[in-house]
Design a protein around this ligand. Sequence first.
Ligand code: ATP
Ligand code: MG
Length: 392
Amino acid sequence: TLNVPDQPIIPFIEGDGIGIDITPPMVKVVDTAVEKAYGGKRKISWMEVYAGEKSTMVYDKDTWLSDETMATLKDYVISIKGPLTTPVGGGIRSLNVTLRQELDLYVCLRPIQYFTGVPSPVKHPEKTDMVIFRENTEDIYAGIEWAAGTEEVKKVINFLSDMGVRKKIRFPEASSIGIKPVSIDGSKRLIRKAIQYAIDNNRKSVTITHKGNIMKFTEGGFRDWGYQLAKEEFGAELIDGGPWCKLPNGIVIKDCIADAFLQEILLHPEDYDVVAALNLNGDYMSDALAAQVGGIGIAPGANLSDTVAMFEATHGTAPKIAGKNLANPSSLILSAEMMLRHMGWTEAADLVLNGVAKAIASKRVTGDFSSQMEGATQVGTAEFGDEIIKHM
Ligand code: ATP
Ligand code: MG
């Protein structure tokens, strides 16, 4: 378990676009919850660190992510961030991707929970209560690919021709090629975290999602290594001859083909709980499930390594509504709630969670929600933060 001091320093990145709207209410809500829960015995010292556009203003025009920022995020272990603009052109990688890779944040954690009253496209959104563990560093998503017509592709095609691959399937010269690496330890460390989370949080099951029926060694490997890990490291026993199995405490480890899973979350969401996914599948699932319970304005997230935990709003910078006090701060505030829980400050986390639930139920909400809620009143970003505090 983490050893968090009573007066921790927590670095935060304000974020670009609506980051300037949603970060101040997040800080205010968290400080109030901590004060209410611990009455001055505990207090967070916020330390601003710079990334994205703001970094280019504080440092210089080419510094989107400074070594200083990276070092701070690593040293202080727990941090929280708003959305970041990725510079167009100039060969700069997405800042989010850079952060994930440099800090080896291999888990993208996305809880999917429904708050009563939130507009949803499904009839029974309250049946959805899941936690997605998406692998963050591998898969076709790692970006190892070459454009059609390049020398690299020629070399790969020659190699594949030698292997006889091109005889078996249609494979024109003019192809772009991508590589899908899925490693044993990369899969295991992700699924290990998912199973441990299920145990720590008394969840019912862990579902390994995959397309192993088609991609036997990559996606199928993910499934097989997951079951292997469940047995070898967590003492799981086969159910009815397998492959599903059960941990000694009753948690079921099962698997589901990824396309079927996207039907399942609409048809039988109550059958799923903790979900482990490879990078690309996890990307699709996270967005679909977020929409099911109210959209990106309210979807929190975290990126985790074995040591570092970075909590973040899952939406983008929404430049059109930036600086106008219109954005919904719920995604960032619920990310902060996850952060408090991660720190073991459960009482403060519960205050935030209940505050958000009651603020939504009071129907005084930001425009993204009020426009679709009968009898709702639209309030600004800052005012919605105050609503949460009022209901704590
Ligand atoms: P980026 O290029 O950084 O991804 P974006 O505008 O595409 O910026 P997204 O998060 O992808 O940002 O959002 C798509 C749309 O959803 C936004 O244009 C905005 O209308 C809406 N949106 C996103 N986040 C919020 C929020 N927190 N509150 C209200 N509306 C939001
Ligand atoms: Mg976007």
